[in-house]
Design a protein around this ligand. Structure first.
Ligand SMILES: Cc1cc2nc3c(=O)[nH]c(=O)nc-3n(C[C@H](O)[C@H](O)[C@H](O)COP(=O)(O)OP(=O)(O)OC[C@H]3O[C@@H](n4cnc5c(N)ncnc54)[C@H](O)[C@@H]3O)c2cc1C
Length: 407
């Protein structure tokens, strides 16, 4: 109890210092840019902000100090992000790089890899992503076909990845590849750090239904990757990949960490209902309250589950539960907003940014139940990893990968 009081007092002090720093150093923004399809100028500006955040000690809150992190707790991160609400924090541009790729490297990388990359990831000098999905499918990740062949102290990479968010503006990727074909699929995977400037990589952008082109597909032709870029043991890459996915699924659970991405909040719905004279409509009021209650419950539950997993009290499969709840609510809020916008969400004039933003947010929200693993796959995870129900039967688990028909 005494410790808790000391911690609370310490956190309050931390909050006040963060508030003061933010007010002095960052710009307030009325509407957060979606950053789904950033211009080179926006990236340069965001990188400068990220460098300032890192220098001031507001990046890599839970990362070890020896790699440029702060060695603090998720509570410190939560407090900072609460204070940072309304400021132009480049979470969309650097969130995945730091909180998924960076965190995976901290968890599974060698000391040399961490020394080399983590400080640069935290300061925004390097932007990272993950090359998981392939044209043959993203759900059956262990069935990947991109191959790496050992050649002395290098790997030679060939194949194709797809749906990679922001590859055209990134520097490095964590990339699971097949290094053995004569063993069952989970046992022949290795994870490599791929430098996107390497010769032999072609990156093409993909246009999406919301009008953005944040996705890319990548083609690898004899790309040389040094052996020192191997993360974890050779052929034990499924362990690293699973760790990456666990980290990714849990991230929305730290709900504060996502406040500034392109999603709508309940306050936006209230404002919209007022502006469209729908705030006296009992149906609208009821739906806003339902969403408000569900959002609050989701935030509290997510925070609790995230802490339980971090402290080892809950299995990482609970991260899938967090993801399902969060994605569902992002979609419900976007649906109601589009409904409230009425015709304004479908047609708008060039000087009315709201309709365009709501339509964009609605279309983007559809992707939430696909990105980072579909809702069906998350339900499978909850079924076998949380509830202990029998695993979905896999006809190919025990068979050497080269004996299984592909495509
Ligand atoms: C916004 C966004 C960002 C993304 N960013 C990245 C990124 O940065 N890097 C990256 O590598 N990938 C990324 N992806 C890709 C994403 O991980 C995949 O789209 C996803 O894993 C699904 O794979 P798929 O599209 O190949 O669908 P498939 O795997 O072909 O699945 C098709 C359908 O079948 C269902 N299905 C498949 N298997 C099962 C099963 N066993 N049980 C029940 N249903 C099943 C799926 O739920 C889905 O509805 C992103 C996707 C989106 C939408």
């Amino acid at each position: 109890m005494a410790n808790e009081q000391v911690d609370r007092a310490g956190l309050e002090e931390y909050r006040l210092a963060a508030r003061e720093w933010l007010a002095k150093n960052l710009t307030r923004v009325e509407l957060m840019g979606s950053d789904e399809d950033p211009s080179p100028e926006r990236i340069a500006e965001a990188a400068q902000t990220q460098a300032r955040l890192h220098k001031a000690g507001y990046a890599g809150f839970t990362f070890p100090v020896e790699y440029g992190g702060q060695g603090l707790t998720f509570e410190h991160e939560r407090v900072f992000m609460e204070e940072a609400k309304g400021y132009d924090i480049p979470i969309r541009l650097f969130g995945v790089s730091i909180n998924i790729s960076g965190a995976t490297l901290v968890s599974c990388g060698t000391d040399e890899q961490k020394q080399r990359h983590i400080p640069r990831i935290l300061s925004g000098e390097e932007r990272w992503l993950q090359f998981l999905s392939e044209p043959s499918g993203g759900s059956d990740l262990a069935g990947l076909l991109t191959s790496a062949t050992k050649d002395g102290d290098t790997f030679i990479l060939n194949g194709q990845k797809t749906w990679s968010t922001g590859a055209h503006v990134s520097d490095f990727a964590l990339c699971p590849v097949r290094t053995r074909w004569d063993v069952p699929k989970h046992k022949g995977i290795s994870v490599l750090i791929v430098d996107l400037k390497s010769p032999g990589i072609e990156i093409r952008r993909i246009k999406q239904m919301n009008g953005d082109a944040e996705f890319c597909e990548e083609f690898f032709s004899d790309v040389i990757v040094p052996e020192s870029n191997l993360v974890g043991e050779e052929n034990d890459g499924w362990r690293v990949t699973r760790r990456l996915l666990e980290i990714e699924h849990l991230w929305p659970g730290r709900a504060w960490a996502r406040r500034s991405d392109a999603t709508l909040e309940v306050a936006d719905l209230v404002g919209l209902a007022k502006r469209r004279d729908r705030d006296a409509d009992s149906g609208v009021r009821r739906e806003i309250v339902r969403i408000h209650v569900a959002t609050e419950a989701q935030n509290l539950l997510s925070s609790r589950l995230a802490q339980g997993i971090e402290r080892g009290r809950l299995v990482p499969g609970y991260g899938s539960l967090v993801k399902i709840g969060n994605d569902t609510l992002v979609q419900r809020r976007a649906e109601l907003a589009l409904n409230l916008a009425g015709a304004g969400g479908v047609t708008w004039t060039s000087n009315d940014g709201t309709g365009r933003r709501l339509a964009h947010t609605f279309l983007t929200s559809r992707s939430r139940s696909i990105a980072g693993g579909t809702t069906e796959i998350q339900r499978n995870n909850v079924s076998d990893r949380v509830l202990g129900l029998p695993r979905e039967p896999g006809f190919d688990w025990g068979t050497p990968f080269d004996e299984i028909p592909h495509n």
